[in-house]
Design a binder for this molecule. Structure first.
Ligand SMILES: *Cc1c(COP(=O)(O)O)cnc(C)c1O
Length: 358
């Protein structure tokens, strides 16, 4: 069969191992809380599924625009912000072009760049798991068409500061598209961290992406949004798969915005849980990055797969990245005690001087 060689060489996406019924699924940074009754009610009222959805999600764009202080045309809705990332990359980069991003970061980036026919330029993270923005700026060449900045970074959880980001934007050519992926923004408590909403309208080349999947608990419905200059968004609208944002996703997102106060209380609980978990791990002797997201990162290196196996055997499904580390989502409160028990065992077996040791 004549298929594209770079596609044949791409790793096939396989979702994390299925959790047993009584296991904790801590592998996809999902929200552990069940959907709010108001959100379920909104979906149930929208069951005209014999009809196509509103192709541009105009109502949801209007609601978001009013909150952001933009026009509705400066907002785009996608079937998850992953879909939007793909649309922007397809709009800007093709064969012979480069897309630069910090690495390790979101595992979807390399594949999306390959699908566009472009070339990835991964720039190593700093030792603390944060982006090395000066190095990322240095990696820009005349062939670079997109730069992705992920804050907080998945899977390390480390944020880019507002100061670092502003300095970065000053050095980047103003016609080079910068995607600021803020999938975990709602979990950030660090006051120095960049907040894309404060940068709206400031740069002609900046797009900010957010999602309803994590903090808002709608991962299963697939809905995310982005805001930026209308011309860039129009280019991304041209590369979309038509009608991929369902009506159910649109009304659920709107209902979630209406119920935001209640949802953000849950987010607060998760951030408190995260801080307690990080403190407890550090007290055990772990060296872990300062996560501002709903997950933490154990830089286990060669011990990664063995450690993930230990967690799995204890009913804890984590996300291993072979040779690099294990990402653990902040889930149910009851998962913390078994996590800490296994983490202690794993740490005891790490050789002295291992980077994951403090
Ligand atoms: C989860 C995630 C997304 C978005 O996921 P969707 O469910 O497609 O909205 C985007 N970027 C990063 C870094 C993520 O971790």
């Amino acid at each position: 069969m004549k298929l594209r060689p770079e596609i044949l060489a791409s790793p096939v996406y396989r979702q994390g191992r299925a959790a047993g019924a009584d296991a904790f699924k801590l592998s996809s940074n999902e929200n552990p809380f069940p959907p709010l009754p108001a959100v379920l009610a909104a979906i149930t009222a929208e069951l005209e599924i014999n009809r196509y959805p509103d192709a541009t999600a105009a109502a949801l764009r209007g609601t978001l625009a009013a909150r952001l202080g933009t026009t509705a045309d400066e907002v785009i809705i996608g079937s998850g912000s992953v879909a939007l990332l793909q649309q922007f990359i397809l709009a800007a980069a093709g064969p012979g072009d480069e897309v630069a991003y910090s690495w390790r970061s979101f595992e979807a980036y390399p594949t999306m760049v390959t699908v566009a026919g472009a070339t990835s330029v991964p720039v190593p993270n700093r030792a603390d798991g944060g982006h090395d923005l000066p190095a990322l700026a240095d990696a820009i060449t005349p062939r670079t068409r997109v730069v992705i900045v992920c804050s907080p970074n998945n899977p390390t959880g480390v944020t880019v500061t507002a100061e670092e980001f502003t300095a970065f934007m000053e050095t980047v050519p103003s016609d080079l598209l910068v995607l600021l992926d803020e999938a975990y923004a709602e979990f950030v408590r660090e006051p120095e961290a960049v907040d894309g909403r404060e940068l709206i309208g400031r740069y002609p080349n900046l797009v900010i992406l957010r999602t309803f999947s994590k903090a808002y608990g709608l991962a299963g419905l697939r809905v995310g949004w982005a805001t930026g200059p209308e011309a860039i968004l129009d280019a991304a609208r041209a590369t979309a798969i038509p009608l991929s944002v369902t009506g159910l996703a649109q009304v659920a997102a709107e209902a979630s915005l209406e119920a935001e106060a209640e949802l953000l209380e849950r987010v607060e609980k998760i951030t408190v849980r995260r801080t307690a978990f990080i403190d407890a791990l550090r007290a055990q002797g772990w060296n872990i990055p300062a996560s501002e997201s709903n997950f933490i990162w154990l830089a286990l290196g060669d011990h990664t797969l063995r450690a993930a196996e230990r967690f799995f055997d204890a009913g804890l499904v984590t996300r291993p990245f072979a040779g690099d580390g294990v990402r653990i989502s902040i889930g149910e409160e009851e998962s913390l005690t078994p996590l800490l028990t296994v983490a202690q065992e794993i740490l005891t077996e790490l050789p002295t001087g291992h980077p994951a040791r403090a």
